[in-house]
Design a protein around this ligand. Structure first.
Ligand code: HEC
Length: 200
């Protein structure tokens, strides 16, 4: 009688307690989706980055930079959605985070000398053609030698089609400026209103 009772009642009870203990002891963050790499160790161009979360669009036009802005285009910045969700929950960039920056030329339409155009909403700068794609990835294992584990890539500073794969830049070329001046773990969140809104 005792054994039957044990089997019927105690075994499921013990299993539920065990399950609860395991579930409660390790509140796991879901993993973020990872970049793909080719056999040469280069990162593949991400799929569908224009459907990632759009966080901001800084603009450094030539007209305000003596005609010599390194990137005279709009800089449209997108965060891969699972990395965005993780940041939303924790305020931190997860290992595996991918952030894309697509360059977009100022729209051509009988532009004034300062590059502006007059459109129905007023005189100013409007987005024209795509002109380049960059990516940063945080991966403290693959890029253990990079400060913060952040590596930086370009798929070309040109009109599409972009290059299909890219190798990481040397630390001094990109990472160093991000480390020195970016607000949140190498990312320039100070220029992304969508991220700032999460940090309040
Ligand atoms: C002199 C400083 C500086 C250097 C060098 C630099 N960046 Fe950035 N980067 C910025 C700033 C400022 C932003 C914020 C957005 C903007 O204004 O473009 C940014 C933003 C980015 C972003 C969007 C995510 C983020 O971290 O905010 C990517 C991707 C990026 N840079 C890639 C690169 C790559 C690739 C290189 C090297 C070829 C590079 N950067 C070198 C200053 C720099």
């Amino acid at each position: 009688m005792r054994t039957i009772y044990n089997r019927i009642l105690c075994a499921p009870l013990a299993m539920s307690v065990l399950f609860l203990a395991v579930a409660c002891a390790s509140p796991q963050e879901p993993p973020v989706s990872r970049a793909q790499f080719n056999a040469a160790g280069e990162v593949q161009i991400p799929e569908g980055w224009r459907e990632w979360v759009f966080v901001g669009a800084p603009l450094t036009p030539n007209a305000l930079n003596d005609g010599k802005a390194p990137f005279p285009e709009f800089h449209n910045v997108y965060v891969e959605p699972s990395a965005f969700a993780h940041f939303q929950r924790t305020g931190e960039w997860a290992n595996g985070t991918q952030i894309a920056k697509e360059l977009v030329l100022i729209r051509e339409n009988d532009n004034a000398e300062d590059g502006s155009t007059a459109e129905v909403s007023g005189v100013g700068y409007f987005q024209g053609a795509f002109q380049g794609l960059e990516l940063t990835i945080k991966d403290t294992e693959r890029y253990a030698a990079e400060p913060g584990g952040w590596a930086y890539f370009s798929f070309g500073h040109q009109a599409p089609p972009y290059n299909q794969a890219a190798k990481a830049f040397p630390t001094e070329a990109c990472n160093a400026c991000h480390e020195a001046s970016a607000a949140t773990d190498f990312v320039f969140t100070q220029f992304y209103p969508v991220i700032r809104a999460l940090q309040k």
